[in-house]
Design a binder for this molecule. Structure first.
Ligand code: NAP
Length: 295
């Protein structure tokens, strides 16, 4: 007997479409005589993973016609100097977006730094004013990963209205904003947020028409936790040892992909799912910061 497997939500393809749309909007903006949108990325310390993320962001900006500049500082940059730099960027009319690559060195107060960024230039959407706007449903900048997931759901024809959505994870970057986006008027999902203290987690997950895993544990979501036909969105990025790879590891998500795809209706792969959407939405946020429009 043939078993139905879930349709794959191709994050790379959806992200490529979003990136082309951003490029078309940037081209239309500059054709009207405006300068190109400008993003400043601040990279502190020599963390290779952060440097590689920043290179990816710069490449994506260049392809979309967005000018991005990485400002690189040694790990001993003082908090006061960083705050001065942010004040200068806030006041610079030729800068539209500011991104401080996290994590920061331990001697710098991350919350203080993120609050110092002008909300209008806060393309990562970490400033409390932008977080507040997200909760109240005001238009404006949205955090890239959850906004990318909303875009994926929409473009994959997954109905949110009336759906039961379960988000596993309550971080400020993914879980909480994700739940807030899903519960907005017009999106109309009924949302439950789970975390490490949630009792009967598997039972809660089994009720989900849309299950979003943002935990950071390889293969956490197993097939028995998934309602048949559900849309399963895997945010997790986890390294697992793999001696067959040159690097000695491979990346997997929070979902036991091979087993869950036999039960789910839709599923995102890792890599190639949520990850590419995050960069695409950073570009969209930069476009919005520069032009005041999403298109
Ligand atoms: P985080 O801040 O570490 O949050 C993880 C959440 O998972 C916490 O709320 C935690 O609960 C919950 N959790 C941990 N163990 C659990 C368990 N056994 N049962 C139920 N809940 C549990 O992580 P994050 O920043 O949200 O990121 C989550 C994952 O997504 C990571 O793998 C990260 O690398 C990935 N990520 C991917 C992208 C992308 O672009 N694809 C972007 C951001 C993050 P408590 O709050 O109770 O501790």
């Amino acid at each position: 007997m043939e078993t139905a497997t879930a349709s794959l939500i191709d994050g790379r393809q959806i992200a490529a479409t979003v990136r082309q749309e951003v490029k078309a909007s940037v081209d239309a903006w500059t054709a009207k005589g405006h300068r190109a949108p400008v993003l400043k990325v601040v990279l502190i310390g020599g963390d290779p993973a952060s440097a590689s993320y920043v290179r990816g962001k710069n490449r994506a900006c260049a392809e979309a016609g967005i000018e991005s500049e990485t400002m690189t500082y040694d790990a001993d940059l003082s908090e006061a100097d960083l705050l001065t730099l942010i004040r200068d960027l806030n006041g610079d009319p030729n800068v539209d977006g500011i991104l401080i690559q996290l994590p920061l060195p331990r001697h710098i107060d991350e919350a203080k730094v993120l609050r110092a960024i002008s909300p209008a230039k806060d393309v990562d959407c970490f400033h409390p004013e932008n977080v507040g706007n997200l909760v109240t449903g005001e238009p404006g900048l949205k955090p890239a990963t959850p906004a990318g997931i909303m875009e994926m759901l929409k473009r994959s024809g997954i109905e949110t209205r009336g759906a039961t959505a379960v988000v596993i994870g309550r971080s400020n970057i993914v879980g909480k904003p994700m739940a807030n986006l899903l519960v907005q008027k017009g999106i109309d999902a009924t949302v439950t947020v789970c975390h490490s203290r949630t009792p009967d987690l598997a039972d809660v997950c089994r009720r989900a028409d849309i299950l979003i895993a943002a935990i950071g544990r390889a293969g956490f979501v197993t097939a028995d936790m998934v309602k048949p036909g559900a849309a399963v969105i895997d945010v997790g990025i986890n390294r697992v040892e793999d001696p067959t790879r040159k690097s000695g590891y491979r990346l997997v998500g929070d979902v036991d992909f091979n087993a869950v795809r036999e039960v789910a209706g839709h599923i995102t792969p890792v890599p190639g799912g949520v990850g590419p959407m995050t960069i695409a939405m950073l570009l969209k946020n930069t476009l919005f910061a520069a032009t005041g429009s999403w298109s």
